[in-house]
Write a protein of this length. Structure first.
Length: 581
Protein backbone atom coordinates (compact mmCIF):
# COMPACT_ATOMS: atom_id res chain seq x y z
CA UNK A 1 0.00 0.00 0.00
CA UNK A 2 1.44 3.37 -0.98
CA UNK A 3 1.31 6.28 1.44
CA UNK A 4 -1.76 8.29 0.48
CA UNK A 5 -3.30 10.57 3.13
CA UNK A 6 -6.87 11.71 2.72
CA UNK A 7 -6.61 15.26 3.93
CA UNK A 8 -10.03 16.59 3.15
CA UNK A 9 -13.16 14.66 2.12
CA UNK A 10 -14.86 17.64 0.53
CA UNK A 11 -14.05 18.54 -3.09
CA UNK A 12 -12.62 21.99 -3.70
CA UNK A 13 -15.46 24.26 -4.71
CA UNK A 14 -13.45 27.10 -6.24
CA UNK A 15 -10.10 27.15 -8.02
CA UNK A 16 -7.14 28.86 -6.40
CA UNK A 17 -5.87 31.74 -8.51
CA UNK A 18 -2.16 32.42 -8.89
CA UNK A 19 -0.49 35.80 -8.75
CA UNK A 20 1.31 37.00 -11.84
CA UNK A 21 3.86 39.76 -11.95
CA UNK A 22 2.11 43.09 -12.65
CA UNK A 23 4.08 43.85 -15.83
CA UNK A 24 3.24 40.53 -17.51
CA UNK A 25 -0.35 40.68 -16.32
CA UNK A 26 -0.68 44.15 -17.76
CA UNK A 27 0.66 43.10 -21.16
CA UNK A 28 -1.70 40.14 -21.29
CA UNK A 29 -4.62 42.31 -20.33
CA UNK A 30 -3.87 44.91 -22.98
CA UNK A 31 -2.98 42.68 -25.93
CA UNK A 32 -4.57 39.35 -25.06
CA UNK A 33 -3.71 36.10 -26.84
CA UNK A 34 -4.80 35.52 -30.42
CA UNK A 35 -8.39 34.52 -30.92
CA UNK A 36 -9.30 30.84 -30.88
CA UNK A 37 -9.10 30.02 -27.17
CA UNK A 38 -12.13 29.98 -24.94
CA UNK A 39 -10.58 30.85 -21.62
CA UNK A 40 -7.16 30.46 -20.01
CA UNK A 41 -7.03 27.55 -17.53
CA UNK A 42 -3.25 27.04 -17.03
CA UNK A 43 -0.28 29.41 -16.84
CA UNK A 44 3.45 28.71 -16.57
CA UNK A 45 6.72 30.58 -16.97
CA UNK A 46 9.49 28.74 -18.83
CA UNK A 47 13.20 28.95 -18.00
CA UNK A 48 13.78 31.43 -20.85
CA UNK A 49 11.25 33.86 -19.32
CA UNK A 50 8.48 33.18 -21.84
CA UNK A 51 4.91 32.81 -20.58
CA UNK A 52 2.70 29.88 -21.58
CA UNK A 53 -1.08 29.88 -21.44
CA UNK A 54 -3.25 26.79 -21.72
CA UNK A 55 -6.76 27.23 -23.06
CA UNK A 56 -9.99 25.31 -23.28
CA UNK A 57 -9.85 23.80 -26.81
CA UNK A 58 -7.73 26.68 -28.07
CA UNK A 59 -4.30 25.12 -27.76
CA UNK A 60 -1.27 26.61 -25.97
CA UNK A 61 -0.19 30.23 -26.39
CA UNK A 62 3.30 31.57 -25.82
CA UNK A 63 4.23 35.19 -25.03
CA UNK A 64 7.86 36.06 -25.68
CA UNK A 65 9.61 39.23 -26.83
CA UNK A 66 6.25 41.02 -27.05
CA UNK A 67 5.00 38.47 -29.59
CA UNK A 68 2.36 35.76 -29.43
CA UNK A 69 2.78 32.27 -30.87
CA UNK A 70 0.41 29.35 -30.74
CA UNK A 71 0.57 25.54 -30.66
CA UNK A 72 -2.43 23.44 -31.64
CA UNK A 73 -3.22 19.89 -32.80
CA UNK A 74 -1.96 20.90 -36.24
CA UNK A 75 1.49 21.42 -34.73
CA UNK A 76 1.53 18.08 -32.90
CA UNK A 77 -0.53 18.52 -29.75
CA UNK A 78 -2.74 15.46 -29.11
CA UNK A 79 -5.54 17.81 -28.02
CA UNK A 80 -6.26 21.54 -28.11
CA UNK A 81 -7.55 21.30 -24.52
CA UNK A 82 -4.40 22.21 -22.52
CA UNK A 83 -4.96 21.56 -18.79
CA UNK A 84 -1.54 21.95 -17.10
CA UNK A 85 2.16 22.82 -17.54
CA UNK A 86 5.43 21.91 -15.89
CA UNK A 87 8.59 23.86 -16.69
CA UNK A 88 12.01 22.20 -16.24
CA UNK A 89 15.07 24.34 -15.40
CA UNK A 90 16.77 23.19 -18.63
CA UNK A 91 14.12 24.93 -20.75
CA UNK A 92 11.95 21.85 -21.34
CA UNK A 93 8.22 22.41 -21.00
CA UNK A 94 5.82 19.55 -20.27
CA UNK A 95 2.27 20.15 -21.46
CA UNK A 96 -0.63 18.13 -20.09
CA UNK A 97 -3.69 17.88 -22.31
CA UNK A 98 -7.00 16.04 -22.35
CA UNK A 99 -5.46 13.35 -24.59
CA UNK A 100 -1.89 12.90 -23.45
CA UNK A 101 1.40 14.43 -22.37
CA UNK A 102 3.63 16.55 -24.63
CA UNK A 103 7.28 17.51 -24.30
CA UNK A 104 8.29 20.83 -25.86
CA UNK A 105 12.04 21.30 -26.25
CA UNK A 106 13.94 23.43 -28.73
CA UNK A 107 10.81 24.17 -30.71
CA UNK A 108 9.97 20.46 -31.24
CA UNK A 109 6.99 18.57 -29.84
CA UNK A 110 6.89 14.90 -28.77
CA UNK A 111 3.55 13.42 -27.70
CA UNK A 112 3.17 10.52 -25.23
CA UNK A 113 -0.21 8.80 -24.83
CA UNK A 114 -1.62 5.57 -23.46
CA UNK A 115 -0.58 3.90 -26.72
CA UNK A 116 3.02 4.45 -25.62
CA UNK A 117 2.44 3.30 -22.03
CA UNK A 118 1.04 6.41 -20.31
CA UNK A 119 -1.33 5.46 -17.46
CA UNK A 120 -4.12 7.83 -18.55
CA UNK A 121 -4.51 10.51 -21.23
CA UNK A 122 -6.76 13.05 -19.43
CA UNK A 123 -4.16 14.88 -17.31
CA UNK A 124 -4.91 17.38 -14.54
CA UNK A 125 -1.62 18.22 -12.82
CA UNK A 126 2.12 17.46 -13.12
CA UNK A 127 4.35 17.50 -10.01
CA UNK A 128 8.04 16.73 -9.43
CA UNK A 129 8.90 14.72 -6.31
CA UNK A 130 12.59 15.71 -6.39
CA UNK A 131 13.60 12.07 -6.83
CA UNK A 132 13.56 11.98 -10.67
CA UNK A 133 9.85 11.15 -10.94
CA UNK A 134 6.81 12.98 -12.17
CA UNK A 135 3.56 12.48 -10.25
CA UNK A 136 0.62 13.15 -12.52
CA UNK A 137 -3.05 13.29 -11.60
CA UNK A 138 -5.63 12.29 -14.18
CA UNK A 139 -9.19 11.18 -14.71
CA UNK A 140 -7.97 7.60 -14.09
CA UNK A 141 -6.10 8.14 -10.84
CA UNK A 142 -2.61 9.26 -9.89
CA UNK A 143 0.44 7.71 -11.52
CA UNK A 144 4.20 7.97 -11.27
CA UNK A 145 6.65 7.94 -14.19
CA UNK A 146 10.39 8.53 -14.41
CA UNK A 147 11.40 11.75 -16.13
CA UNK A 148 14.32 9.84 -17.67
CA UNK A 149 11.92 7.40 -19.38
CA UNK A 150 9.83 10.25 -20.76
CA UNK A 151 12.87 11.98 -22.22
CA UNK A 152 14.26 8.75 -23.65
CA UNK A 153 10.97 8.07 -25.40
CA UNK A 154 10.69 11.65 -26.67
CA UNK A 155 14.26 11.37 -28.02
CA UNK A 156 13.41 8.10 -29.80
CA UNK A 157 15.68 5.96 -27.62
CA UNK A 158 12.89 3.65 -26.41
CA UNK A 159 9.51 2.61 -27.72
CA UNK A 160 7.36 3.04 -24.60
CA UNK A 161 7.31 4.35 -21.05
CA UNK A 162 6.67 2.54 -17.78
CA UNK A 163 4.14 4.07 -15.37
CA UNK A 164 3.12 3.06 -11.85
CA UNK A 165 -0.51 3.85 -11.20
CA UNK A 166 -2.55 4.22 -8.01
CA UNK A 167 -6.29 3.80 -7.60
CA UNK A 168 -8.86 2.92 -4.94
CA UNK A 169 -6.91 -0.15 -3.90
CA UNK A 170 -4.07 2.18 -2.85
CA UNK A 171 -6.27 4.50 -0.75
CA UNK A 172 -7.82 6.89 -3.25
CA UNK A 173 -11.45 7.68 -2.50
CA UNK A 174 -11.97 8.50 -6.19
CA UNK A 175 -9.84 7.88 -9.29
CA UNK A 176 -11.10 11.08 -10.90
CA UNK A 177 -8.70 13.88 -10.07
CA UNK A 178 -10.05 17.40 -10.49
CA UNK A 179 -8.47 19.77 -13.03
CA UNK A 180 -9.20 22.50 -15.49
CA UNK A 181 -8.05 25.20 -13.06
CA UNK A 182 -4.75 26.31 -11.60
CA UNK A 183 -3.29 25.00 -9.49
CA UNK A 184 -4.78 21.47 -9.62
CA UNK A 185 -2.14 20.29 -7.14
CA UNK A 186 0.83 21.51 -5.19
CA UNK A 187 3.95 20.50 -3.29
CA UNK A 188 4.38 21.61 0.31
CA UNK A 189 7.75 22.37 1.96
CA UNK A 190 7.72 19.00 3.74
CA UNK A 191 7.89 17.26 0.34
CA UNK A 192 4.28 16.13 0.23
CA UNK A 193 2.32 16.26 -3.00
CA UNK A 194 -1.34 17.30 -2.85
CA UNK A 195 -3.98 16.44 -5.43
CA UNK A 196 -7.70 17.26 -5.38
CA UNK A 197 -10.08 14.44 -6.39
CA UNK A 198 -13.81 14.23 -6.89
CA UNK A 199 -14.13 12.89 -3.32
CA UNK A 200 -11.55 14.90 -1.43
CA UNK A 201 -7.98 16.06 -1.19
CA UNK A 202 -5.18 13.46 -1.32
CA UNK A 203 -1.61 13.82 -0.16
CA UNK A 204 1.32 11.67 -1.22
CA UNK A 205 4.60 11.34 0.67
CA UNK A 206 7.10 10.04 -1.93
CA UNK A 207 9.94 9.67 0.60
CA UNK A 208 7.81 7.48 2.86
CA UNK A 209 6.58 5.16 0.09
CA UNK A 210 7.91 1.62 0.46
CA UNK A 211 9.23 0.25 -2.86
CA UNK A 212 8.54 -3.33 -3.86
CA UNK A 213 11.91 -4.47 -5.19
CA UNK A 214 11.01 -8.14 -5.50
CA UNK A 215 10.40 -9.09 -9.17
CA UNK A 216 7.39 -11.37 -9.54
CA UNK A 217 7.97 -14.97 -10.65
CA UNK A 218 6.48 -15.88 -14.02
CA UNK A 219 5.13 -19.19 -15.23
CA UNK A 220 3.66 -20.44 -18.52
CA UNK A 221 0.59 -22.45 -17.51
CA UNK A 222 -0.30 -24.10 -20.82
CA UNK A 223 -1.02 -23.90 -24.51
CA UNK A 224 -4.18 -24.52 -26.48
CA UNK A 225 -3.49 -25.68 -30.04
CA UNK A 226 -6.56 -25.49 -32.27
CA UNK A 227 -8.73 -25.78 -29.16
CA UNK A 228 -6.86 -28.75 -27.65
CA UNK A 229 -5.17 -28.05 -24.33
CA UNK A 230 -1.48 -28.93 -23.95
CA UNK A 231 -0.36 -28.66 -20.29
CA UNK A 232 3.10 -27.27 -19.66
CA UNK A 233 4.93 -28.68 -16.67
CA UNK A 234 7.88 -27.11 -14.92
CA UNK A 235 10.21 -29.58 -16.65
CA UNK A 236 8.72 -28.95 -20.10
CA UNK A 237 11.18 -27.12 -22.33
CA UNK A 238 10.01 -28.02 -25.84
CA UNK A 239 6.55 -28.52 -27.33
CA UNK A 240 6.37 -30.21 -30.71
CA UNK A 241 3.34 -29.57 -32.90
CA UNK A 242 2.17 -31.78 -35.76
CA UNK A 243 1.68 -30.24 -39.23
CA UNK A 244 -1.48 -28.32 -40.09
CA UNK A 245 -2.06 -26.59 -36.74
CA UNK A 246 -2.95 -22.90 -36.94
CA UNK A 247 -4.27 -21.32 -33.70
CA UNK A 248 -2.01 -21.12 -30.63
CA UNK A 249 -3.24 -19.76 -27.27
CA UNK A 250 -0.54 -19.24 -24.62
CA UNK A 251 -1.63 -18.87 -20.96
CA UNK A 252 0.72 -17.49 -18.33
CA UNK A 253 0.56 -15.98 -14.84
CA UNK A 254 2.64 -14.36 -12.09
CA UNK A 255 2.64 -14.35 -8.31
CA UNK A 256 2.45 -11.08 -6.32
CA UNK A 257 1.08 -10.77 -2.79
CA UNK A 258 1.22 -6.96 -2.56
CA UNK A 259 -0.82 -5.96 -5.61
CA UNK A 260 -1.51 -8.90 -7.94
CA UNK A 261 -4.00 -6.90 -9.98
CA UNK A 262 -1.24 -4.46 -10.96
CA UNK A 263 1.15 -7.04 -12.35
CA UNK A 264 1.93 -6.32 -16.02
CA UNK A 265 3.19 -8.76 -18.63
CA UNK A 266 5.24 -8.57 -21.81
CA UNK A 267 5.65 -11.45 -24.23
CA UNK A 268 7.41 -12.27 -27.48
CA UNK A 269 7.40 -15.24 -29.86
CA UNK A 270 10.98 -15.20 -31.11
CA UNK A 271 11.10 -16.06 -34.78
CA UNK A 272 7.75 -14.39 -35.43
CA UNK A 273 7.48 -11.23 -33.30
CA UNK A 274 10.08 -8.54 -34.06
CA UNK A 275 9.96 -7.11 -30.53
CA UNK A 276 8.34 -7.45 -27.12
CA UNK A 277 4.66 -6.68 -26.80
CA UNK A 278 3.36 -3.64 -25.00
CA UNK A 279 3.04 -4.16 -21.24
CA UNK A 280 -0.51 -4.94 -20.11
CA UNK A 281 -2.37 -7.04 -17.55
CA UNK A 282 -3.57 -9.70 -20.02
CA UNK A 283 -2.55 -13.21 -19.00
CA UNK A 284 -3.06 -14.87 -22.38
CA UNK A 285 -2.09 -14.23 -25.97
CA UNK A 286 -3.36 -15.77 -29.21
CA UNK A 287 -1.50 -16.37 -32.47
CA UNK A 288 -3.90 -17.19 -35.29
CA UNK A 289 -1.21 -18.53 -37.61
CA UNK A 290 2.30 -19.76 -36.87
CA UNK A 291 4.20 -21.03 -39.93
CA UNK A 292 6.25 -24.21 -39.63
CA UNK A 293 9.56 -23.59 -37.88
CA UNK A 294 11.37 -23.31 -34.55
CA UNK A 295 10.22 -20.62 -32.11
CA UNK A 296 10.76 -19.56 -28.50
CA UNK A 297 7.87 -18.08 -26.52
CA UNK A 298 9.14 -15.68 -23.85
CA UNK A 299 7.12 -13.94 -21.14
CA UNK A 300 8.09 -11.68 -18.26
CA UNK A 301 6.24 -9.57 -15.68
CA UNK A 302 6.66 -6.55 -13.44
CA UNK A 303 5.22 -5.83 -9.98
CA UNK A 304 3.19 -2.83 -8.90
CA UNK A 305 6.36 -0.68 -8.66
CA UNK A 306 7.50 -1.45 -12.19
CA UNK A 307 10.24 -3.93 -11.21
CA UNK A 308 10.56 -6.44 -14.04
CA UNK A 309 11.60 -10.04 -13.75
CA UNK A 310 14.89 -10.05 -15.72
CA UNK A 311 14.62 -13.72 -16.70
CA UNK A 312 10.95 -14.50 -17.08
CA UNK A 313 10.17 -17.91 -18.57
CA UNK A 314 10.61 -19.30 -22.05
CA UNK A 315 9.28 -22.31 -23.93
CA UNK A 316 10.56 -23.71 -27.22
CA UNK A 317 7.94 -24.44 -29.86
CA UNK A 318 8.59 -26.66 -32.86
CA UNK A 319 5.89 -26.56 -35.54
CA UNK A 320 6.41 -29.48 -37.91
CA UNK A 321 5.82 -28.78 -41.61
CA UNK A 322 4.04 -30.84 -44.25
CA UNK A 323 6.31 -32.43 -46.83
CA UNK A 324 5.63 -29.62 -49.31
CA UNK A 325 6.55 -27.05 -46.65
CA UNK A 326 10.02 -28.42 -45.94
CA UNK A 327 13.08 -26.52 -47.16
CA UNK A 328 14.39 -29.46 -49.16
CA UNK A 329 11.05 -29.86 -50.95
CA UNK A 330 10.92 -26.15 -51.75
CA UNK A 331 14.56 -26.21 -52.83
CA UNK A 332 13.97 -29.25 -55.02
CA UNK A 333 10.84 -27.73 -56.49
CA UNK A 334 12.72 -24.50 -57.15
CA UNK A 335 15.51 -26.42 -58.87
CA UNK A 336 13.02 -28.38 -60.96
CA UNK A 337 11.20 -25.19 -61.94
CA UNK A 338 14.52 -23.54 -62.77
CA UNK A 339 15.56 -26.52 -64.87
CA UNK A 340 12.16 -26.59 -66.57
CA UNK A 341 12.45 -22.89 -67.28
CA UNK A 342 15.97 -23.34 -68.64
CA UNK A 343 14.78 -26.25 -70.76
CA UNK A 344 11.84 -24.21 -72.03
CA UNK A 345 14.18 -21.34 -72.91
CA UNK A 346 16.49 -23.79 -74.65
CA UNK A 347 13.61 -25.29 -76.60
CA UNK A 348 12.41 -21.84 -77.56
CA UNK A 349 15.88 -20.85 -78.75
CA UNK A 350 16.17 -24.09 -80.70
CA UNK A 351 12.73 -23.47 -82.18
CA UNK A 352 13.72 -19.94 -83.17
CA UNK A 353 16.98 -21.24 -84.62
CA UNK A 354 15.07 -23.89 -86.56
CA UNK A 355 12.70 -21.25 -87.90
CA UNK A 356 15.66 -19.17 -89.01
CA UNK A 357 17.24 -22.19 -90.69
CA UNK A 358 13.95 -23.13 -92.31
CA UNK A 359 13.58 -19.59 -93.60
CA UNK A 360 17.10 -19.73 -95.01
CA UNK A 361 16.40 -23.15 -96.50
CA UNK A 362 13.25 -21.83 -98.15
CA UNK A 363 15.22 -18.94 -99.53
CA UNK A 364 17.85 -21.35 -100.83
CA UNK A 365 15.13 -23.57 -102.24
CA UNK A 366 13.66 -20.58 -104.08
CA UNK A 367 17.09 -19.76 -105.43
CA UNK A 368 17.62 -23.37 -106.52
CA UNK A 369 14.18 -23.40 -108.13
CA UNK A 370 14.95 -20.24 -110.01
CA UNK A 371 18.26 -21.68 -111.14
CA UNK A 372 16.56 -24.89 -112.22
CA UNK A 373 13.87 -23.05 -114.16
CA UNK A 374 16.52 -20.92 -115.84
CA UNK A 375 18.55 -24.05 -116.66
CA UNK A 376 15.50 -25.88 -118.03
CA UNK A 377 14.52 -22.92 -120.15
CA UNK A 378 18.05 -22.63 -121.42
CA UNK A 379 18.61 -26.36 -121.97
CA UNK A 380 15.22 -27.63 -123.15
CA UNK A 381 13.39 -24.67 -124.57
CA UNK A 382 16.59 -23.04 -125.83
CA UNK A 383 17.76 -26.20 -127.56
CA UNK A 384 14.35 -26.91 -129.11
CA UNK A 385 13.92 -23.34 -130.30
CA UNK A 386 17.43 -23.36 -131.68
CA UNK A 387 16.64 -26.57 -133.52
CA UNK A 388 13.45 -25.04 -134.96
CA UNK A 389 15.44 -22.02 -136.09
CA UNK A 390 18.08 -24.29 -137.62
CA UNK A 391 15.39 -26.32 -139.44
CA UNK A 392 13.91 -23.08 -140.80
CA UNK A 393 17.30 -22.06 -142.12
CA UNK A 394 17.74 -25.46 -143.78
CA UNK A 395 14.32 -25.15 -145.42
CA UNK A 396 15.24 -21.70 -146.69
CA UNK A 397 18.60 -22.96 -147.99
CA UNK A 398 17.09 -25.99 -149.77
CA UNK A 399 14.35 -24.11 -151.59
CA UNK A 400 15.68 -25.39 -154.96
CA UNK A 401 15.14 -29.04 -153.83
CA UNK A 402 11.47 -29.81 -153.01
CA UNK A 403 12.30 -33.21 -151.50
CA UNK A 404 14.88 -31.70 -149.15
CA UNK A 405 12.47 -28.92 -148.17
CA UNK A 406 9.76 -31.47 -147.37
CA UNK A 407 12.23 -33.44 -145.22
CA UNK A 408 13.19 -30.47 -143.08
CA UNK A 409 9.63 -29.20 -142.75
CA UNK A 410 8.51 -32.59 -141.37
CA UNK A 411 11.04 -32.29 -138.53
CA UNK A 412 9.77 -28.89 -137.37
CA UNK A 413 6.48 -30.17 -135.76
CA UNK A 414 8.39 -32.75 -133.67
CA UNK A 415 10.75 -30.08 -132.35
CA UNK A 416 7.80 -27.79 -131.64
CA UNK A 417 6.03 -30.63 -129.83
CA UNK A 418 9.06 -31.20 -127.61
CA UNK A 419 9.20 -27.48 -126.90
CA UNK A 420 5.55 -27.45 -125.87
CA UNK A 421 6.09 -30.50 -123.69
CA UNK A 422 9.10 -28.93 -121.96
CA UNK A 423 7.18 -25.71 -121.40
CA UNK A 424 4.25 -27.67 -120.01
CA UNK A 425 6.55 -29.45 -117.55
CA UNK A 426 8.13 -26.18 -116.41
CA UNK A 427 4.76 -24.50 -115.92
CA UNK A 428 3.38 -27.53 -114.08
CA UNK A 429 6.42 -27.75 -111.80
CA UNK A 430 6.34 -24.10 -110.71
CA UNK A 431 2.56 -23.84 -110.24
CA UNK A 432 1.87 -23.91 -106.43
CA UNK A 433 -1.55 -25.53 -106.89
CA UNK A 434 0.21 -28.70 -108.06
CA UNK A 435 2.25 -29.02 -104.81
CA UNK A 436 0.50 -32.24 -103.82
CA UNK A 437 0.95 -35.98 -104.14
CA UNK A 438 -2.36 -36.29 -106.00
CA UNK A 439 -1.27 -33.78 -108.65
CA UNK A 440 2.00 -35.71 -109.17
CA UNK A 441 0.12 -39.00 -109.56
CA UNK A 442 -2.30 -37.46 -112.09
CA UNK A 443 0.49 -35.87 -114.12
CA UNK A 444 2.61 -39.06 -114.23
CA UNK A 445 -0.40 -41.17 -115.17
CA UNK A 446 -1.48 -38.82 -117.97
CA UNK A 447 2.06 -38.40 -119.29
CA UNK A 448 2.79 -42.18 -119.29
CA UNK A 449 -0.48 -43.02 -121.04
CA UNK A 450 -0.07 -40.33 -123.73
CA UNK A 451 3.62 -41.05 -124.30
CA UNK A 452 3.29 -44.86 -124.50
CA UNK A 453 0.10 -44.81 -126.52
CA UNK A 454 1.83 -42.80 -129.25
CA UNK A 455 4.37 -45.61 -129.74
CA UNK A 456 1.85 -48.45 -129.41
CA UNK A 457 2.85 -49.74 -125.95
CA UNK A 458 0.16 -50.78 -123.52
CA UNK A 459 0.20 -48.77 -120.26
CA UNK A 460 -1.13 -50.15 -116.98
CA UNK A 461 -1.55 -47.83 -113.96
CA UNK A 462 -1.43 -49.09 -110.38
CA UNK A 463 -2.19 -45.87 -108.51
CA UNK A 464 -4.46 -45.53 -105.42
CA UNK A 465 -7.80 -43.88 -106.12
CA UNK A 466 -7.52 -41.75 -102.96
CA UNK A 467 -4.22 -40.27 -101.84
CA UNK A 468 -3.50 -38.35 -98.64
CA UNK A 469 -3.10 -34.61 -98.79
CA UNK A 470 0.70 -34.49 -98.76
CA UNK A 471 2.66 -31.42 -99.79
CA UNK A 472 5.46 -31.89 -102.38
CA UNK A 473 7.95 -29.19 -103.26
CA UNK A 474 8.40 -28.11 -106.87
CA UNK A 475 11.94 -29.49 -106.83
CA UNK A 476 10.76 -32.97 -105.79
CA UNK A 477 7.95 -33.04 -108.36
CA UNK A 478 10.17 -31.82 -111.17
CA UNK A 479 12.97 -34.33 -110.51
CA UNK A 480 10.55 -37.24 -110.19
CA UNK A 481 8.79 -36.35 -113.47
CA UNK A 482 12.07 -35.95 -115.39
CA UNK A 483 13.42 -39.23 -113.97
CA UNK A 484 10.20 -41.04 -114.91
CA UNK A 485 10.29 -39.52 -118.40
CA UNK A 486 13.90 -40.71 -118.75
CA UNK A 487 12.80 -44.28 -117.83
CA UNK A 488 9.91 -44.23 -120.31
CA UNK A 489 12.14 -42.91 -123.08
CA UNK A 490 14.67 -45.70 -122.40
CA UNK A 491 11.85 -48.27 -122.54
CA UNK A 492 10.63 -46.94 -125.88
CA UNK A 493 14.17 -46.75 -127.27
CA UNK A 494 15.80 -49.93 -125.98
CA UNK A 495 13.40 -52.34 -124.24
CA UNK A 496 11.23 -53.47 -127.19
CA UNK A 497 8.43 -53.92 -124.64
CA UNK A 498 4.74 -54.36 -125.33
CA UNK A 499 3.50 -53.51 -121.84
CA UNK A 500 4.55 -51.05 -119.12
CA UNK A 501 3.19 -50.90 -115.57
CA UNK A 502 3.42 -47.64 -113.53
CA UNK A 503 3.06 -48.23 -109.76
CA UNK A 504 2.75 -45.56 -107.05
CA UNK A 505 2.82 -46.47 -103.35
CA UNK A 506 2.75 -44.22 -100.30
CA UNK A 507 3.11 -45.29 -96.67
CA UNK A 508 4.07 -43.66 -93.38
CA UNK A 509 7.74 -43.34 -94.29
CA UNK A 510 8.30 -43.47 -98.06
CA UNK A 511 6.91 -42.45 -101.44
CA UNK A 512 7.65 -45.21 -103.98
CA UNK A 513 7.27 -44.94 -107.78
CA UNK A 514 8.05 -48.10 -109.79
CA UNK A 515 8.03 -48.46 -113.63
CA UNK A 516 8.19 -52.08 -114.88
CA UNK A 517 8.26 -53.33 -118.49
CA UNK A 518 8.18 -56.76 -120.16
CA UNK A 519 11.00 -55.97 -122.58
CA UNK A 520 14.28 -57.69 -123.34
CA UNK A 521 15.98 -56.49 -120.17
CA UNK A 522 19.69 -55.91 -119.69
CA UNK A 523 22.58 -56.42 -117.33
CA UNK A 524 22.79 -53.27 -115.12
CA UNK A 525 26.45 -53.94 -114.28
CA UNK A 526 27.40 -54.21 -117.95
CA UNK A 527 25.97 -50.84 -118.93
CA UNK A 528 27.06 -48.99 -115.80
CA UNK A 529 28.91 -45.87 -116.86
CA UNK A 530 27.68 -45.99 -120.46
CA UNK A 531 25.56 -43.09 -121.70
CA UNK A 532 23.95 -40.38 -119.59
CA UNK A 533 20.56 -41.98 -118.72
CA UNK A 534 21.29 -43.87 -115.50
CA UNK A 535 23.75 -41.30 -114.02
CA UNK A 536 21.26 -38.53 -114.80
CA UNK A 537 18.46 -40.38 -113.00
CA UNK A 538 20.68 -41.12 -109.99
CA UNK A 539 21.72 -37.48 -109.77
CA UNK A 540 18.12 -36.29 -109.85
CA UNK A 541 17.15 -38.70 -107.04
CA UNK A 542 20.17 -37.68 -104.97
CA UNK A 543 19.16 -33.99 -105.26
CA UNK A 544 15.91 -34.78 -103.42
CA UNK A 545 17.57 -37.29 -101.00
CA UNK A 546 15.91 -40.21 -102.77
CA UNK A 547 17.25 -43.53 -104.03
CA UNK A 548 17.20 -45.41 -107.34
CA UNK A 549 16.90 -49.20 -107.68
CA UNK A 550 17.14 -51.14 -110.97
CA UNK A 551 16.13 -54.81 -111.21
CA UNK A 552 16.73 -56.37 -114.62
CA UNK A 553 18.27 -59.30 -116.42
CA UNK A 554 18.40 -60.21 -120.12
CA UNK A 555 15.06 -61.56 -121.39
CA UNK A 556 13.13 -60.86 -118.14
CA UNK A 557 12.20 -57.19 -118.40
CA UNK A 558 13.22 -54.27 -116.20
CA UNK A 559 11.85 -52.62 -113.05
CA UNK A 560 13.09 -49.15 -112.07
CA UNK A 561 12.09 -47.94 -108.58
CA UNK A 562 12.32 -44.42 -107.12
CA UNK A 563 12.08 -44.02 -103.35
CA UNK A 564 11.86 -40.68 -101.52
CA UNK A 565 11.58 -40.40 -97.68
CA UNK A 566 8.34 -38.83 -96.58
CA UNK A 567 10.21 -36.24 -94.50
CA UNK A 568 11.91 -34.97 -97.69
CA UNK A 569 8.85 -34.57 -99.86
CA UNK A 570 8.33 -30.96 -98.84
CA UNK A 571 11.95 -30.11 -99.55
CA UNK A 572 12.82 -28.80 -96.02
CA UNK A 573 16.09 -29.82 -94.41
CA UNK A 574 15.69 -28.57 -90.82
CA UNK A 575 13.27 -30.21 -88.40
CA UNK A 576 10.50 -32.69 -88.97
CA UNK A 577 6.91 -31.81 -89.66
CA UNK A 578 3.93 -33.86 -90.74
CA UNK A 579 2.08 -32.31 -93.64
CA UNK A 580 -0.73 -34.83 -93.84
CA UNK A 581 -4.18 -33.57 -93.08
Amino acid sequence: MVWLDVFLAIPLARPVRTKIEPAIAGVAAINGPPTGGSGRIAIAQAADGSMWFGTHYGGAFRWQDSKWSRLTARDGLPSDYVRCFFADPDGTLWIGTLRGLVRWRGGKLAAITTEQGLWNDALSHIADDGRGNFWISSFGGIFRVKREDLNSFADGLQKSVQCVGYDRSDGLLSVECSGGFQPAGTKTPDGRLWFPTASGLVSVSPDRMPENLLPPPVRIEGIEIDGQSVPVKHSTSVVEVSPGKRRFDFRFTSLSFSAPEKVLFKHKLSGLDPDWSRADSQRAVTYNYVPPGHYTFQVTACNNDGIWNPNGQSLSLVVRPFVWQTWWFKTGTGLILAMALAWAVRLRERWKARLRLERLEREHAVERERSRIARDIHDDLGANLTQIAFLGQRVEGASHDPAEVDRWIRMIPAAASRTIQSLDEIVWAINPKHDSLESLANYLSRFAQEFLTLVGIRCLLDVPMVLPNVVLSAEVRHNLVLAAREVLQNIVTHARATEVRVILLFDDSTLTIAIADNGVGFDPTAVMGEGNGLPSMRKRLEEINGSLEILSCPGAGTTVTFKVPRSRLHGRVVGKRDFTS
